[in-house]
Design a protein around this ligand. Structure first.
Ligand SMILES: [Fe+2]
Length: 360
């Protein structure tokens, strides 16, 4: 006899988020090494624009292993079915940040201006060191000018967009860069400032309930996922391969999901119904995390979709400010069918693979 699904549902609580705390000395060690590298390499507009300077990358790649063992342990991939971890206590003071920039271009420009005397550049280096402990940080040529650390800021004129620059609209749950076969395995969001405690939402596919028929339908390639607006809209006419919404890694569910950029009207009723059910389930298992300064959210991008609740931007220099890094886990495999995808011509900037001579 079929059991009631409803009776087995349980509401998830923020306390179910996996939390890891950096011991005080370990947190200071990250900031100290980052400052030392920032001073050695020297802050300049040329370096801060993309952070692709070979000297800077060499320092990060050769010195991250010096960080205390507790840092390396804290930066391991999320270990529970929730697929997310909050790492707290990276030392940070609001005074050192200066004004929140209005967009990513201004953030990159200000990071390269020594006369501003704030620590955005040193924090970029901190983020790269932490991300390097987790895996291989990378960027995208077509996003934020190829910068290895993205700045997430509410930006005038983009309030309603489905991108990190938005504010007043709900940023729907999505897999980061779902359209691309080389999307990140892990996403790191570092909180510098979040005065209105704006929530980041996370939902794990490993906590949803689907029927066998729904799971089967969503596991077959059906519709493409198109690039999001942060890549611009003039990407060349490309083939639009159908991709599977659900996959598996060692028999455990994985997810590739971005409804805002999926042409659902092209699918039949059965598929849309299964997809809608998945959306409802992702909402049911959603956890909201309001990050505070010095906290990092590590998201397993193969398992978890993330979004953000709407908020009213301040535009007065005190707005929410996150730093975001894409991370590849070299040991993780994706479905072989993805290898043939072109990713709509979008290319990764992956210097840490090149440094070690491994370009695969
Ligand atoms: Fe995102």
């Amino acid at each position: 006899m079929a059991k009631s699904v409803l009776s087995e549902r349980k509401t998830l609580h923020p306390s179910e988020l996996e939390r890891r705390e950096l011991p005080e000395a370990a947190g200071y060690a990250v900031r100290a090494l980052a400052n030392e590298i920032a001073v050695t390499v020297g802050m300049s507009p040329a370096i801060a624009t993309t952070l692709g300077n070979p000297d800077l990358l060499h320092h990060i790649d050769t010195r991250f292993s010096e960080l205390p063992e507790e840092v390396h342990r804290a930066m391991r991939a999320p270990a529970t079915s929730a697929g997310v971890t909050i790492i707290s206590r990276l030392p940070l003071s609001d005074d050192e940040l200066g004004q929140t920039p209005v967009d990513w271009r201004q953030a990159a420009a200000w990071a390269g201006e020594p006369e501003r005397a704030h620590s955005s550049f040193a924090l970029d280096v901190s983020m790269l060191l932490l991300a390097r402990c987790a895996g291989e940080p990378f960027g995208w040529q077509g996003q934020q000018g190829g910068r290895l650390v993205n700045n997430i800021l509410p930006t005038p004129g983009h309030e309603q967009e489905q991108s990190g620059a938005s504010s007043t609209t709900l940023l729907s749950p999505h897999t980061e860069d779902a359209f691309h076969p080389r999307r990140a395995n892990l996403l790191m969001l570092g909180c510098l400032r979040n005065p209105d405690r704006v929530g980041t939402t996370v939902s794990s596919v490993r906590r949803v309930e689907l029927s066998a028929a729904q799971q089967d339908r969503l596991s077959r390639p059906e519709l493409p996922i198109l690039p999001d607006v942060s890549y611009g809209t003039d990407f060349p006419e490309q083939q639009t391969p159908a991709i599977a919404t659900l996959g598996s890694d060692d028999g455990r569910l994985t997810l590739r999901y971005d409804p805002a950029y999926t042409p659902l009207a092209d699918a039949d009723d059965e598929f849309r119904s299964a997809y809608d059910h998945l959306a409802t389930e992702l909402e049911r298992v959603c956890i909201t995390a309001a990050l505070t300064p010095g906290e990092l959210l590590l998201v397993d991008n193969d398992v978890v979709v993330h979004g953000r609740v709407p908020f009213t931007p301040r535009y007065d220099g005190t707005d929410r400010w996150l730093k975001r890094v894409n991370i590849r886990l070299p040991h993780r495999r994706r479905d072989a069918s993805e290898a043939a995808e072109t990713g709509y011509g979008q290319r990764v900037v992956a210097p840490f693979r090149m440094i070690r001579g491994n370009r695969t």
